[in-house]
Design a protein around this ligand. Sequence first.
Ligand code: HEC
Length: 176
Amino acid sequence: MKTAILLLLCFSLLSCRREAEPTAPAPQPITSDQQLFTLITRDQPFARYGLFPNADSVVSGTLNGSSAHQPEVRVLMNSTAIRALPGGLPQEGLSFPDGSVILKEVRTGGVASLYAVLYKEVDNPLAGGGWLWAEFRPDGAVVFSIERRGAGCISCHSREDGPRYDHVRTFERQNP
Ligand code: HEC
């Protein structure tokens, strides 16, 4: 009798534990440019992102290779990305967590003409160096598709401090 009660207790405890476990939503990999554009404009609108920490908000290209994004840039990141930078600074061997978005607005005369986007999703088959790489016009037109897996982007993002900081190059612009 005692054993039966004990067994019953064990079973009910076990089932309770199982129920209490949070059911994490299944991760939704990004599979299209449209999905990524919707993420940055509707689900997690970049207008609410923070500025890249300790970097000038608007600068003209001066870094090695930054002529790719003339004439003015403004780099923003979502909260997932910002949380990876305690004190706003990168650690050696930095790796941004999945779901991080880093977005660079290219502006002419204060008006954005292009959004260059990095979206971290390490296991996504479309990722290059752990990121999805895209460029959009403000109306959503695709300039550079995630399907190209960062071809042409990654080599330049591997220059200078890129390899130390997860291919992110604005760290070179951080104020001391
Ligand atoms: C010729 C070099 C070069 C190429 C090619 C290049 N980038 Fe960049 N990118 C940079 C530099 C340098 C920065 C740092 C900010 C700046 O100076 O503009 C940067 C910044 C960025 C940022 C802000 C995050 C960061 O790394 O600081 C994004 C997003 C970005 N680039 C996306 C892209 C995408 C997408 C492509 C390919 C379509 C691309 N870049 C191609 C040089 C390059």
